[in-house]
Design a protein around this ligand. Structure first.
Ligand code: GLC
Length: 750
């Protein structure tokens, strides 16, 4: 071998080694090692133990039972983190107990589900994803971090980055939709928002990429159900947002409840060790999901809690959320030689690293400032920020004859629907710390524009006996209110119907087998339509719904999701034209549940083309297409795309240029979307994949020319060995305002 080649190889090995260590290191390694050396085995295991705080710690201590045991363990330094303890007084009480009474005084992490806001609620994450506005999404997360850190929290169990194509699954509301490219960009934006540029700052908190991995592929959309996907889907659809999270320096990961290919994620060393900690060189820690270690026995993967502890820690789960498996069994498992203490040391170093980076060793009470608690929560700037986020999240699905926007002088409006007056559902299901009945309702939003409207509730849709733990009861029998609504609609000039799901119909544990408007709402809508066709349908829902009849009959349809604390104001500003809607769907809206899972980036199959005979990929009783596709969203103006050009440069860099013009009469934002097809490869590739997008504002008649640069990350895919490869061959690029149409050009990669 030539000398210069040998030198190159040595340099490459050196670079990889330095990089590998560099990624795993922080500036605290010597302090971490010094502290670890002082710790007993019990104290190390204690750091890997997270308890739920279900009692008022500032109140009288429960004499015995769980809480007093947890209190004892806190004093011994046998707890690394608490979840669901929030509020400066509560946090200070426990932090003081641990820091002052335990032998080493290692501060606690305080985690909480700050999913889309703490007190002020932003839109649900699926709604935020519809904005395709990464700056707004990052700002929204920073608002959540500001409030969470003001009440003593230093860790949020967000962002949830699970890709999902099945709207039956209730947790689609919590994620970034069906596409891994959009999902990856959103994951990065949310993590930057939560963690900021300085994790030791008092208003930033550690983020948590969850649920690792493939939870969104639960069979039949049934929560916690089996996941059985191949490596091609795992590598190219599921993992990218998680890898983006590591690249964005996320500090923690959380396990998924499900199995993947027969092995529970919580005990899956291929996921946790091989991919996350070795290939991706992740230097944070992995927390289990709630009791997911304990559930290894229910899965039939562990014989009992002790065996579950052994399997989970050996696979790479570093912290036990509430299963008490680690605190009960790890010390003994090490003494029996069933778990290597080096494994414990690695987990503890990861946990300590996050605590050092948060600055907790410099000041364990840095998040316990009662003044901040008073001034941050519900701050007017937070409400303004979530209002901007909400407006950008709204998607105009249909607008026949430009029925919208309504004139501000519009008279004789009738507003119909339970949800128009609902101040809770817009807050979504992950609203643990928000105050009940605090969302701006549609009616309240309208009041800022028009007093000339009449509200008629119509039939009661939901018997609101639901809460975070229990299902909503839906009224499907008591039709009182339909005739009143029809009567009122008869003479109205415009009917605004606010229909959709209750806030607790989506979210964890809330899968549905039917995706129609719940209860009597379809009957109400059709009855009103019979007497007045000038209907604006405003949807408030946490997932895609089946809206075939609605799309065929209703002239204007606005997707308003669950938009958080400022919901009604955002909806009113869109309906009355003070904000030109700019959202695009992050998930396909199916015609029927039978089409699920339904997604735009599907594979061709061997029989993609329609034939006069039945032997091709289709249904006998339903179209293949969605009612509304991924990337769909209208505006009060129109946009035109011209002059698409492609320039293939050296080493697989491709520049794609396009000119976009606002051809309408009002200013508006457009999300220019770039899709790519790799026609032939060693594994089949989707018929199209989002590989770039830009959201721009254009004044009427103005144009902008944009260039997208595609390189290995965009042109490539992960092969069976999990290597990112670009294979030579024919590609087609499509650029437009939706996934279903745009300008196209083909090019070759040699
Ligand atoms: C729940 C969820 C997870 C959440 C955790 C703590 O079961 O699956 O997303 O962060 O428990 O509340």
């Amino acid at each position: 071998m030539k000398i210069e080649n040998l030198v190159k190889i040595i340099l490459l090995i050196l670079a990889f080694t330095i990089n590998k260590n560099a990624m795993a290191q922080s500036k605290y390694e010597s302090q971490i090692d010094a502290l670890l050396a002082k710790m007993t085995l019990e104290e190390k295991v204690g750091q890997m133990n997270q308890y739920n705080g279900f009692w008022d710690v500032t109140g009288p201590l429960p004499e015995n039972g769980d809480a007093s045991l947890k209190y004892e363990h806190l004093k011994k330094g046998w707890v690394g983190s608490m979840l669901n303890v929030h509020g400066v007084e509560q946090v200070r009480e426990l932090q003081k107990l641990v820091v002052e009474e335990s032998r080493l005084g290692i501060p606690l992490l305080f985690g909480f589900d700050v999913i889309h806001g703490y007190k002020v609620q932003a839109p649900i994450p699926l709604a935020e994803s519809a904005s395709w506005d990464l700056d707004a999404i990052q700002k929204s997360a920073s608002i959540a971090a500001d409030e969470a850190s003001a009440v003593g929290l230093n860790w949020t169990f967000a962002p949830m980055v699970d890709i999902s194509r099945d709207a039956r699954w209730g947790r689609v509301m919590e994620g970034g939709g069906e596409d891994p490219f959009l999902g990856s960009k959103i994951a990065e934006a949310r993590i930057k928002g939560f963690q900021g540029t300085d994790l030791s700052a008092p208003n930033t908190i550690a983020a948590c990429a969850k649920h690792f991995a493939a939870y969104g592929f639960a069979e039949a959309g049934k929560d916690y159900n089996t996941v059985d996907i191949g490596t091609n889907t795992l590598y190219n659809m599921v993992l990218p947002p998680f890898k983006a999270a590591v690249n964005a320096d996320v500090k923690t990961f959380m396990n998924a409840f499900n199995i993947i290919n027969g092995v529970p994620a919580t005990g899956n060393s291929m996921l946790l060790q091989t991919i996350l900690k070795e290939k991706w060189n992740f230097n944070g820690f992995v927390v289990s999901d709630w009791d997911s270690i304990g559930e290894l026995a229910a899965h039939g993967f562990a014989t009992d809690l002790e065996n579950a502890a052994q399997l989970a820690v050996n696979a790479g789960s570093d912290m036990d959320m509430q299963a008490t498996a680690y605190i009960k069994h790890l010390t003994n498992l090490v003494k029996l030689g069933k778990v290597d203490e080096a494994k414990i040391d690695d987990a503890v170093k990861r946990i300590l690293r996050v605590k050092f980076e948060l600055g907790l060793f410099d000041d364990p009470f840095k998040y316990c400032n009662p003044e901040r608690e008073k001034t941050s929560l519900n701050h007017k700037d937070h409400h303004q920020g979530v209002l901007e986020m909400a407006k950008k999240s709204i998607v105009l699905l249909k607008n026949e004859n430009n029925l919208l926007p309504l004139s501000k002088q519009q008279k004789n409006i009738v507003v119909i629907g339970d949800l128009a007056d609902d101040k809770n559902s817009p807050l979504g299901s992950w609203r643990l710390a928000s105050d009940d009945n605090t969302a701006i309702s549609v009616l309240e939003g309208f009041n800022a524009y028009s007093t000339d409207y009449t509200f008629v509730q119509g039939p009661k849709v939901f018997d609101d006996n639901s809460d975070f733990l229990h299902h909503v009861t839906i009224n499907s029998t008591d039709k009182t209110g339909i005739s009143e609504a029809v009567e009122a609609a008869k003479n109205a000039e415009i009917v605004v119907m606010v229909l959709g799901e209750h806030g607790f119909m989506s979210g964890e544990g809330r899968s549905r087998t039917k995706l129609d408007l719940p209860g009597l709402q379809p009957e109400l809508l059709k009855a009103v339509y019979e007497v007045n066709k000038n209907i604006v349908l405003v949807l408030m829902n946490g997932r895609p719904l089946t809206l075939t009849w609605e799309d065929e009959h209703i002239p204007a349809i606005v997707e308003a999701w669950q938009l958080g604390s400022q919901s009604g104001n955002a909806i009113a500003q869109v309906v009355f034209g003070d904000y030109n809607p700019s959202g695009k769907l992050p998930m396909s809206f199916p015609r029927s549940v039978g089409q699920l899972p339904l997604y735009y980036n599907h594979y061709s199959t061997g029989r993609p083309d329609k034939k006069p005979i039945v032997f091709w990929t289709h249904y006998a009783d339903e179209k293949n297409s969605p009612v509304y596709p991924f990337g769909h969203g209208l505006s009060y103006t129109t946009f035109e795309y011209n002059d698409l050009s492609v320039k293939v440069g050296d080493s697989d860099v491709v520049d794609v240029t396009v000119t976009v013009t606002n051809t309408g009469n009002v200013a508006g934002e457009e999300v220019i979307q770039l899709y790519l097809r790799d026609h032939v490869a060693s594994v089949v590739r989707p018929v199209k994949e989002l590989k770039g997008f830009k959201k721009i504002m254009l004044e009427p008649k103005n144009s902008e020319t944009l260039t997208f640069t595609l390189s290995t990350e965009e042109l490539g895919f992960y092969n069976q060995d999990y290597n990112l490869v670009v294979e030579p061959g024919q590609f087609t690029v499509m650029v437009g305002g939706c996934s279903t149409n745009g300008l196209t050009k083909s090019f070759k990669i040699k």
